[in-house]
Design a protein around this ligand. Structure first.
Ligand code: GLN
Length: 302
């Protein structure tokens, strides 16, 4: 039997030298204020038992971790049709790159880079609700309302020049239905959702249980979840996907707030938060922590 509590204690000790290393995301001003030395981690088994260490109950800005939920929500409403508008190949480029989008005529390489996530948001907004991704997260939490940080959202929105450029470029190729400003604003609100490691593990449980929340509600089909996890494995951490598969061996989704969510189908969800980022925009200590989790437990998809 794997002793997850013991493993988390060892991980917390072993990542200490990395805490405070890395850079916080400074292109979103309030995120630049967060102490990069903070750390929390949670593991939640499919039976609902959880194990926590450090600041696992501190709510942080989930940022791009929300894109995993966003894609799941679109799988429900749009099914396979979403793949006409966005690809599912690794990008090999940074999360906010514009270059590929021009070359590939407005069809983003995958739904986890910002360009692709904006297209998925646009598709969800066709339903007429202002924050469809957030509503999906609430559903995954058994109806518990989620909060988003107005200050972070408006600061990002004011400085979202790259995301606006992406949205306009996509629109110019005819792959955006809504107004670029509306899509970017919804993206910023959803990115500003705050959740703790413990809550993210619970919200993501459907990704480990072939589509069923802890309350027993089916939010996705088993097939949709299989595909979501495949997309996370090839693109969830952008141009670090290969290294993640190699070192961690789990589908994962990161955010520039320093959170990383990882899924071991049939076994657990795991979430780590440490705001210092590496060159690829993924949590530096968080990546190490997940590597240690699969190494010490001997549990990974490989
Ligand atoms: N809201 C951020 C952005 O659009 C999310 C990016 C991220 O977390 N990688 O730039």
């Amino acid at each position: 039997l794997v002793d997850y509590q013991q493993i988390l204690a060892e991980i917390e000790a072993e990542v200490q030298p990395l805490l405070g290393k890395g850079r916080v995301a400074d292109y979103i001003p309030p995120l630049a204020e967060v102490d990069p030395g903070r750390f929390g981690m949670a593991v939640r088994l499919v039976d609902g038992t959880d194990f926590c260490v450090g600041e696992a109950d501190n709510a942080f800005s989930i940022q791009s971790v929300s894109k995993a939920f966003r894609l799941a929500a679109a799988a429900r409403t749009h099914g396979e049709a979403i793949w006409k508008r966005v690809g599912r190949e690794p990008s090999g480029t940074s999360f906010n790159s514009l270059i590929q989008l021009e070359e590939e005529k407005g069809i983003p390489r995958n739904p986890m880079i910002n360009a692709g996530a904006l297209v998925v948001m646009d598709a969800l907004l066709e339903g007429g609700r202002p924050d469809p991704g957030m509503e999906f997260i609430e559903k995954c939490l058994g109806g518990q309302p989620v909060d988003w940080d107005r200050f972070v959202a408006s600061a990002e929105c004011e400085t979202a020049h790259r995301n606006r450029a992406l949205a306009h470029l996509i629109k110019s190729f005819g792959n955006l239905t809504g107004h670029p400003d509306e899509v970017v604003e919804a993206h910023c609100r959803e990115s500003a959702v705050t959740l703790s490691c413990r809550d993210l593990c619970r919200a993501a449980m459907f990704m480990a249980t072939a589509g069923v929340t802890e309350e027993g509600v089916r939010v996705c089909s088993a097939r949709q979840v299989k595909r979501l996890n495949a997309v996370l494995l090839i693109s969830g951490v952008y141009d670090e996907a290969g290294d993640y598969a190699y070192r961690v061996g789990l589908p994962a989704k990161s955010g520039v707030g320093g959170g990383v969510l990882a899924v071991m189908p049939g076994v657990f969800t795991a979430c780590v938060w440490s705001p210092g980022l590496n060159q690829k925009g993924n949590s530096l200590a968080g990546t190490k922590a997940l590597e240690l989790l699969t190494t010490k437990s001997g549990v990974s998809v490989f």
